[in-house]
Unconditional design. Structure first.
Length: 727
């Protein structure tokens, strides 16, 4: 049988049928449609569960007939029910589910005159219009919400909402249309896994995504952005740029610009800045628009010049910056009477005080005394201090006012009414601030200056290494982690970070070594439990890729226990499938791979392996063939996929199609023996025993034949020889 292989277009049609979640995702627009078609209604509520329906109104929970109404609508016994001034609609979705829509507040006279035929017609029109709405709001390539929906969402957002908009640009490496499609689908899968329902995800084109988050994420914006960039880098994205902006309470857009569009423009501006910072970078619009409001904004130049003039003749001194902890009140009136014997300079509500010739011990006692006197005034007053002792490390006299601001940030770690003296830890903290703002170059400078003053600080080595890794300076990053381990061989973070670095470089065995050691010492390490959970996941993946299949299963199952099984954990099921496949547990492998494909139907690895297993376990040759063909559509240059597709073609007698694939496979040394075996078996099926024997002999001559291939070759060769003797 001759089979012509037709290559399918790599962009499949995305189903646009209405699903249950669509009624909630597009609830605002759906409500507008209902108001337009059914006049006088005042309220619209949408329910999927009976519990939510009954809890929404007291009349529903106290009146048993409403339970019957809800159940009748869910079971599709009636398309609508009108009772007690309410109109209840039962709208069926593609997945044979039903949502119940409650319309309330309609004019009683209107309800009385409303005919069944009129309402039937309106329901058809409403569902048709809603279906068209979904088509207009969903991207055909990814199935995500599109730019049109983003505009609608932002424009309808209230200024009382605290929204964060993050634009994520993931530029592909290849210019090939097919490869770009595959990369885009992979990016969608990665982002869905990362956000886990915390954000509304949009695709706005050219591998750029928009994430709309609530205030909870904005409060820890920099942590969200840096963890997103690190995650996508670890997962193999070649470049990652993130730009964000926040809609705060009470903030309005410009007079001639809608607030939503304004937010999008700001995030776009930040994204452009991030793209210039390096391959892995992020930026928030606030840091660009209001640099003076940032934690490390430079002191007023006039004040700096004044203090520099005072300090120039001095060989040593201490400079103190006093600030009110609440940030609301001033300290000048409180502190000036207590420091009248010293030179002082106001900067807004803060006060600099110069203490000549005071060393670290003296200034410590003096600051404690001043803070004690202020505290004695009562709980209503709370002041902290940042201190810089000169000389220290490589800081200059003109830097000391700025160093005092950094020391104040350091003091915040100790709570109100505290102080900190500028040291190597302060450099680490200021570096972390720059890192949180996405300015990796300044962060690196701070960490390196900190190491000049304390070369053995493990935290500084780790911080510098992480930052250099995000800047793609991998060797320098590894050196930092090794320096940390030279000081503390059991440092959890250094082991974990070095393992991640080796994983990114493809040195998986080394990565397992470092991460496994980190896992062994985890109980004695004071680290975030989420980090331990991530370590289990990374070890599960790495052990799978290095052939430690039993260990991989243990790590992944522990991770699944930590995070609880949800749709967002679907990606690990591919690795479970690989583990079970290699441990010769095909049934469990099939179950895991099917779950992986429910999570991401575009995972070519899972498609191919599942196809092989269906073929191997005789679950249906047609299905196996379809899965293997799909995997090649997604990754057309994968020789291994072609080899296993050829095996299926040989088994069904489509040797002509198999030959075309095997000719490609024969060029690759690692696949040559198996390709020669399949050539031989194909010729056997064609009744050409002599030619088959030649291919069996070629296969037998290959070095380091795997046992199962060698056995098939020997058996096939004996069969060929027997056929020829009987001819």
């Amino acid at each position: 049988m001759r089979v012509i292989v037709i290559e399918k277009f790599p962009l499949p049609v995305i189903g646009m049928e209405l699903l249950v979640e669509d009624y909630f995702v597009f609830s605002s627009s759906f409500t507008e449609i209902l108001h337009r078609h059914i006049p006088t209604i005042k309220e619209v509520d949408i329910f999927e569960s009976e519990g939510d329906f009954l809890a929404s109104r007291e009349i529903f929970s106290q009146n048993p007939e409403f339970v019957e109404y809800f159940q009748a609508l869910k079971k599709e016994k009636s398309p609508y029910i009108i009772n007690n001034g309410f109109v209840l609609l039962g709208l069926v979705t593609k997945d044979n589910a039903c949502v119940v829509v409650v319309l309330a507040g309609a004019d009683p006279l209107f309800l009385q005159k409303m005919s069944n035929s009129w309402l039937d017609e309106k329901i058809v029109l409403i569902q048709r219009e809603f279906h068209l709405l979904k088509q207009a709001r969903v991207d055909a390539q990814t199935g995500l919400l599109n730019l049109t929906n983003l505009y609608s969402l932002l424009d309808s957002a209230s200024v009382t909402q605290n929204l964060m908009l993050a634009l994520v640009e993931l530029p592909p490496v290849s210019t090939s249309f097919r490869r770009n499609i595959k990369y885009t689908h992979r990016c969608v899968s990665l982002l869905k896994t990362f956000i886990r329902g915390r954000s509304i995800l949009h695709y706005i084109g050219h591998n750029t995504f928009a994430l709309v988050l609530q205030r909870g994420e904005e409060q820890d914006r920099s942590a969200f952005e840096s963890s997103l960039v690190s995650y996508l880098k670890t997962e193999g994205c070649a470049r990652v740029h993130v730009g964000s902006s926040v809609m705060r309470k009470g903030r309005l857009g410009e007079e001639d610009c809608p607030k939503g569009i304004n937010l999008l423009d700001e995030a776009w501006t930040a994204l452009n800045k991030a793209s210039k910072r390096g391959p892995f970078s992020f930026c928030d619009y606030t840091s660009l628009a209001f640099p003076e409001k940032q934690p490390l904004a430079h002191p007023d130049a006039t004040v700096v010049r004044k203090i520099s003039r005072w300090c120039k003749p001095l060989n040593s001194f201490s400079l103190v910056l006093f600030r009110c902890d609440s940030g609301q009140g001033g300290v000048v009136e409180l502190i000036e009477p207590l420091v009248c014997n010293y030179k002082s300079a106001r900067m807004g509500r803060d006060l600099y005080v110069l203490c000549p010739e005071m060393d670290k011990l003296q200034i410590t006692n003096w600051v404690r005394e001043i803070l004690g006197k202020v505290s004695a005034l009562g709980d209503a007053v709370s002041i902290s201090a940042g201190v810089t002792c000169y000389p220290f490390s490589d800081i200059s006299i003109s830097e000391t006012p700025f160093c005092c601001k950094k020391a104040l940030l350091h003091a915040e770690f100790f709570g109100p009414r505290s102080y900190a003296i500028f040291d190597h830890v302060t450099f680490n903290i200021s570096g972390d601030v720059y890192f949180g703002e996405g300015d990796f170059n300044l962060a690196v400078k701070e960490y390196r200056r900190g190491l000049k003053s304390c070369a053995g600080d493990v935290n500084l080595h780790n911080s510098l290494g992480v930052t250099l890794a995000l800047m793609n300076r991998v060797r320098q990053a590894d050196d930092c982690f090794r320096s940390a381990l030279a000081t503390d061989k059991d440092n959890f973070m250094a082991l974990y970070n070095l393992g991640l670095s080796k994983q990114a470089q493809g040195s998986n065995k080394e990565a397992v070594k470092y991460m496994d050691k980190a896992f062994q010492i985890r109980d004695g390490a004071d680290v975030d439990p989420r980090l331990i959970s991530d370590l289990k996941l990374q070890l599960g993946v790495l052990c799978c890729e290095t052939g430690l299949y039993d260990s991989s299963i243990c790590y992944i199952e522990e991770w699944l226990t930590d995070v609880k099984e949800t749709v967002d954990t679907g990606k690990v099921h591919y690795f479970l499938g690989v583990n079970y496949f290699n441990l010769n547990e095909p049934r469990r492998a099939i179950q895991s791979l099917e779950r992986a494909l429910r999570f991401n139907g575009f995972d070519d690895r899972a498609l191919n392996l599942l196809g092989r297993l269906y073929f191997q376990e005789q679950e249906g040759t047609d299905v196996a063939l379809s899965l293997c063909l799909k995997s090649i559509e997604l990754d057309p240059d994968n020789t291994e996929y072609k080899l296993y597709l050829a095996e299926i073609y040989v088994s069904i007698g489509a040797f002509f199609s198999a030959q075309k694939l095997l000719k490609v496979c024969l060029k690759k040394k690692q696949y040559r023996a198996f390709a020669q075996l399949l050539m031989a078996e194909g010729y056997v099926k064609e009744g050409m025993a002599k030619r088959a024997e030649g291919w069996f002999v070629k296969a037998l001559k290959q070095e380091k034949l795997e046992k199962h291939i060698k056995n098939r070759v020997k058996h096939g060769l004996q069969s060929c020889q027997a056929i020829q003797r009987n001819m």
